[in-house]
Write a protein that binds this ligand. Sequence first.
Ligand code: NAD
Length: 483
Amino acid sequence: MDAITGLGLREQAFIDGKWVNADNGATFAVDNPATGAILGRVPDMGAAEARRAVESCARALPDWRDRPAKERAQIMRRWFELIMEDQERLARIITAEMGKPLAEARGEIGYGAAFIDWFAEEGRRIYGDVIPGPTDRRLLVLKQAIGVTAAITPWNFPSAMFARKVGAALGAGCAMVVKPAELTPFSALALVELAERAGVPAGVVNVVTARDPAPVGLEFTHNPLVRKLTFTGSTEVGKILLRQAAENVQKCSMELGGNAPLIVFDDADLDAAVRGALASKYRNAGQTCVSANRFLVQAGVAGAFAEKLAAAAGALKVGEGTQEGVAIGPLIEPAAVEKVERHIADALAHGAKLLTGGARHALGGTFFEPTVLANVPPDALIFSEETFGPVAPVIPFETEADAVRLANATPYGLAAYFYSRDIARVFRVAERLEFGMVGVNETLISTEIAPFGGVKQSGLGREGSRYGVDDYVEIKYVCLGGI
Ligand code: NAD
């Protein structure tokens, strides 16, 4: 156990089945955003270590890929069980390094582990096809593991994003090297330690830590051994990586930023809509890619909705994630607070009305009050940019067509939500929203059994569900002649 936190934090990276330091011995500190206290230090690695990790994956790949899927599944199932047995400590690591309330962190561990369990089983069902063709030949379609894969993960779900990617890769028979976010590397290191204990062979999963992500990203995209890159993070960085990956025509999955609308029609159950809005907006202090960012509410109910939401949001307890009853932890870093302040000031300058919150919390640091703004016009900054904070702007609209037009008026297309009790409208609107995921009368929609991913500038590919396997297999056509 590490002396400071008692969380058993691993302060080395994991390459080729060994815990290792950076070649030059450099490290960087990781702190607790709730207190500013340093939790520990991890190796500050670069391209050379990333290359060794990729080569380790390449060596481990043939054995892992060629094992019966059932054998891979048994090891992954053991990994899943070890994670669930250790759920409390793993959740505390998330809360310590990124700040979310402990109850949410426990949920994240269960959510992430579920992907490992799911893909362990899905890996056993990667079927090919036989295509009916001319009688003198047989047309076969094989689905084969892509090979060595690389992942770059964000800080906001430091455990689940690791599990979601590694689970899919391993289930399909791929090996993977992961670079976790520099703000939150300990969750990934804790999970890979359990993977090793579960019997995942050396080199099948490697974790490289770095303060500066760029050299590692360049190695991942330029090394010809890496056949696929999977990234979760901002659209801005996703575009950089896509440009780099073009060099080798590397396959990419991209889970990028969102700007989710939550539409409330005047036929909706208003209380259910408020509950859904609360869960979607203030979970993880709004630092979730699928968080509702714009609340489009039909004019007749906009006032009532905003009042109810403000009353509920104003009652949420802000504080350190380890404290009982806390619903909103700190924001990840000072820059995040500045962005929230900028969005609120801009909305107010555009004529919005502040109903609750609006300022830094009395606790100081990066704590921020849950905020609701009414009468926000669509030309406010908060309409077009992802806030990533606990701010709910209520934007009134008149007709269904207006709502759909406003909802789609963004380059992003990750998640959208709407509340309505009109069955015809439910189908119409769900089909017209240009988003990869739509929640109808529900905002907590993410699960390992359904496809997660975006359209437009929110990304490429899907994670979870049977569709998630497709991102980790290549299709090979075999034509058998002379029959
Ligand atoms: P970010 O893009 O700044 O960082 C994400 C990761 O990319 C980190 O590991 C970081 O070290 C790395 N990175 C940054 N610059 C890089 C470079 N030049 N080369 C290689 N790697 C680089 O994003 P963030 O601030 O960590 O996360 C927040 C963003 O992620 C939000 O936009 C959010 O919507 C998005 N997100 C999306 C999903 C999704 O599934 N669509 C899930 C969670 C978060």
